[in-house]
Design a protein around this ligand. Structure first.
Ligand code: FE2
Length: 432
């Protein structure tokens, strides 16, 4: 009896948990979309933004293409035309609809996409429950990747709808505003770290994207890291001091971008009679100087740091410091998407490093390149991260729109240096 019980347990290993996690992640995407009308869900306000409807369909296509088509010979594709419409960037999967034209897809309708999601979910449920044991291990790995992929798109749904609403003169609010009493933020303070020979990168325990490993050694000189991110109030000082008008603070490409784009402040800031106002997922509001500054490019983060006489941290400096602060906090705690605030919050004070996790993605000065001994897997899945390792910079720590069980201290986000629509801010560093 004991033996049979043990066998049964081995067969079920991971399956009920995979099913629960699959259902929870899929429902969360629908919860995020439930505040939006079909019209809201169809708009693409710039080439980087995808319509909500497209995100909901593309994350479904990922499971259909990389899990069901591979592991379930009896699976019937929902609509063969969707392979072209909802492939994002996988060359190995063939031609695809151009990214800047996703907003032209009035068809399939939101209702069609809902039906597509239901069809694939039924197939996935069947697969999780009935896949042969020898297939299950490989299928489970791809399901886990598909769920982290969908969580990345949950953050994109929020980033993208914020941009969509920001260009609508009605300035619609994604959710009602939250009342908050004005906070006094603590003066900037510093934590000193020894550096030396340290290790960074994922150690293979639990899920991580391929770009987070292999774990490897890095030499760090002693450095100091600011205890909290730069605030809106501090960033206003940079603007008032002529930060956007003085080329001496800017990288050459950054200064050229300031000129071309006419930047005078972070994205979503607007000068009004009563001072700066910002656009948030809770609508238009007066700028709160205590909140971390968000929606700045790498160029603006770098220019601010130079103006302040400091610099941005490297990703290795950030990771070593974050690991220490997570151990102190006994876990990854911070203002993440699960708070449903979807906006960075002022530093609550305390000792040591704060807000390393959540609030704003922190630009580092590290280019997004492979770690030593990194090798992308072969085939379409190998295109997930590796092929983007040029002309982008690394951001760390997650933001107020990042799902809590999706972030890690080793997590490497990346964007081109001019991108501003992500929830990106900065934390200062200096040499010790
Ligand atoms: Fe994707």
């Amino acid at each position: 009896m004991i033996e049979i019980g043990a066998q049964q347990e081995a067969r079920d290993t991971g399956r009920p948990a995979a099913r629960r996690r699959f259902d929870a992640v899929r429902r969360e995407s629908e919860t995020l979309a439930s505040r939006l009308t079909p019209e809201d869900q169809s708009i693409q306000s710039m080439p980087d933004v995808s319509p909500t409807k497209w995100h909901l369909a593309h994350t479904t296509w990922f499971f259909e293409t990389f899990v069901l088509a591979r592991f379930d010979p009896g699976y019937r594709v929902f609509d063969p035309a969707f392979h072209y419409l909802f492939n994002s960037y996988y060359e190995a999967e063939g031609p695809r609809h151009p990214r800047p034209q996703r907003g032209l897809l009035s068809r399939p309708s939101c209702a069609d996409v809902t039906a597509y999601r239901g069809h694939v979910e039924a197939g996935m449920t069947r697969l999780i429950e009935t896949a042969a044991d020898d297939l299950w291990r490989d299928a489970a790995r791809l399901i886990e990747l598909g769920l982290h992929h969908e969580q990345q798109h949950q953050e994109l749904i929020l980033m993208d709808i914020k941009h969509v609403f920001s260009v609508n003169p009605l300035l619609p609010a994604y959710q009602p505003p939250r009342r908050r009493t004005a906070a006094q933020v603590a003066p900037l303070d510093w934590v000193e770290l020894d550096g030396g020979l340290v290790q960074i990168g994922h150690d293979g325990d639990g899920f991580a994207f391929d770009n987070e490993g292999p774990r490897h050694r890095v030499w760090l000189e002693p450095f100091r890291l600011a205890t909290r991110p730069v605030t809106c109030g501090e960033f206003v000082e940079f603007i008032v001091a002529g930060g956007y008008r003085e080329p001496e603070y800017w990288l050459s490409e950054g200064w050229a971008t300031v000129q071309q784009q006419g930047w005078e402040a972070p994205l979503y800031w607007r000068a009004a009679d009563d001072g700066w106002r910002i656009f948030t997922l809770s609508g238009d509001k007066r700028l709160d100087p205590a909140e971390p500054v968000v929606h700045i490019s790498f160029y603006e983060a770098d220019a601010y740091a130079k103006w302040a006489g400091k610099r941005l941290p490297t990703e290795a400096e950030w990771e070593v410091a974050a690991q220490a602060s997570v151990e102190r906090d006994a876990g990854l705690v911070g203002n993440l998407a699960d708070s449903r605030r979807y906006h960075p919050a002022p530093d609550g004070g305390g000792t040591g490093l704060r807000q390393m996790i959540g609030d704003v993605w922190e630009w580092t000065r590290s280019p997004y390149t492979p770690y030593p001994r990194f090798r992308a897997v072969s085939g379409a899945i190998g295109e997930y991260n590796g092929k983007f390792m040029s002309n982008q910079m690394v951001l760390r720590g997650g933001a107020a729109v990042t799902p809590a069980n999706h972030i890690r201290t080793t997590y490497r986000n990346f964007f081109p240096p001019s991108a501003r629509w992500a929830f990106s801010g900065l934390r200062l560093a200096e040499d010790a």
